[in-house]
Design a protein around this ligand. Sequence first.
Ligand code: ADP
Ligand code: MG
Length: 696
Amino acid sequence: MSKVPEMFGCHVFNEKKMQERLPRATYKALKKTIDDGEPLDISVANVVASAMKDWAIELGCTHYTHWFQPMTGVTAEKHDSFISPNGDGVIMEFSGKALIKGEPDASSFPSGGIRATFEARGYTTWDPTSPAFVKDGSLYIPTAFCSYTGEVLDKKTPLLRSMERISTEAVKILHLLGRNDVTRVITTVGPEQEYFLIDKDLYLQREDLMLTGRTLFGAKAPKGQELDDHYFGSIKTRVSAYMRELDEELWKLGVLAKTKHNEVAPSQHELAPIFTTSNIANDHNELMMEIMKKTAEKHGLVCLLHEKPFAGVNGSGKHNNWSLSTNTGENLLSPGKHPETNLPFLVFLAAIVKAVDEYQDLLRATVASAGNDHRLGANEAPPAIISMYLGDDLGEMVDSFINGEEYVSHGKERMDTGVEVLADFKKDTSDRNRTSPFAFTGNKFEFRALGSALNIGCPNYMINTMVAEQLSGFYVELKNAEDMTAAVMSLVKNVFAEHRRIIFNGDNYADEWVKEAERRGLYNLKSMPDAFAHFMDRKNVELFVKNKIVTEAEYRARYEIELETYCKQINIEALTMIDMAKKKIAPSVSAFVGELTDTALSKKALSDAIPTSYEEDLITSLSGKLVCFVKKTGELEEAVMGAEAHRSDMLDRAFYFRNEVFAKMQELRAIGDSMETETSSDFWPFPSYSQLLFSV
Ligand code: ADP
Ligand code: MG
């Protein structure tokens, strides 16, 4: 292995390569676009394109592709070769125009009905703030995606817009507070990614895993995660080899892969990168998920990114660590020694508290999906109720503000380990709260409700926009203040008093919290359709329209697309279950009952004295269950057909899938799993949970 510093970013057209390969004037012009958002001239693009092409060809590339993030939630690419006819032969060409603009056919990407399929044209435009890279023989150019008529059709454009929006508002506030040195505020994100690794041969024997990413049947293994022996446990050789290669592949692509460890559930792991600018973090997270899957193939493994591949053990999430930093390198969510007098910190904290309270429903909706419905609200992930954790120190500070009391932060205390040879160190000001969906963790907020497979663009553009909206309101309130300190203190006090209900530092898994949250008037939106029932609330539509993130039509399109995806996923799961039930499970159980019957009969034939109670009991039990199983399969089929009557309104359709189809799936599974526990493993048609979870 070459040295990591040399390897890092070797497949990325990064700052260093730009400096080396671009004429000085071109480099300067491009930097102005990247750092200050200035428009890019075509003559500059021509020079950049040519340098990128030469570099990519040196690395063995023959093609380039615009790389974008349509509403499918996965990335898309269409490869064009660099060749251009020249006499009898070809030359390798790449123009500035081709770098800036691509034209993929947009008709087959979800658009939520804002456009008809005959309106096929779509455009991709280069996002120069996210560096191009080389992978699998192609030059990848990160882009934003829109339709011929300008409608936004991707997850990236709103994110880029929201980043500009929050920067503008944050800078205005900082200038009011005398921080004229700041000209740009950047949102930073570090997404911690959880995943499962299972054996590929076993995976290929399970139709449910192949088609839906999760097990639709499967009795619990005798052992689960109760011993807590997997969490942070020593990493097995095969997994370790996988992780090593994964790190290397990611480093080559400039992804700051940093922390890796085993997670709570057996076969579950986590990889966290060092945080970076939101849009790059978004691109890198998409790359990370893709490389995780591809690298697994090379090791005879399959990487499952589904939020709940296995019932009975923890599912996978993605913690979205989010903060704001200035172009001068300061983290605006660092409380400093004395947060109570740190005016910028107080203003930003107040903006976030107000944003999370006013848009709880949106935050809940942005993480809602068929897969994540299995996690939120179960005692493994944050609850479906959105609240914020601030920790003891800030919590006390907020209360003193509200009560008009004097407050002095405790600052950092020293940790005395009580062992001479161990160095003492400074403790963080707050402990962690693992149960909170939106937790302050020292100098950033950690939004923990995301599912593992989610594209982080959406939650991040929502957070950015809702905080920008509050900052713009604060600016209006503060701009004419004569005594700025007094004005800020009074504003912060009012916001804390008004939005105190969203702050909860206790155990989010406790039953009392559900009651308490209800008393406080907080939402408890249990499922995806419940959450989406609020998506189109006027205040939510206006948030995005007013801040020019998406138009009302585009916003509605997103709503339609998400609901449609939800219905389609449950539909696929239901059909897969029916297929497995009819073609595999019922015939296998029937065959096993047949063998039991043969055994019992042959024993009887030999002599009436040989007891057959074992077989007879099992035959009775399994035959009874099989009858019920077949009946439940029929009921599920009927439920799926019943969806036809729920076509016109997407929300109604989603509720139908949740309340009728999904409910029937649960019933069918329960009886199927109970038959599995009684059927000989020689007859059971799929690998068991024990095999799937403990064989790697
Ligand atoms: P834990 O699992 O204890 O929450 P990790 O170290 O696994 O902690 O993950 C913390 C994540 O938060 C990392 O991705 C880290 O880079 C990120 N992070 C740290 N500081 C910031 C910041 N200022 N903005 C955004 N993300 C941050
Ligand atoms: Mg972690």
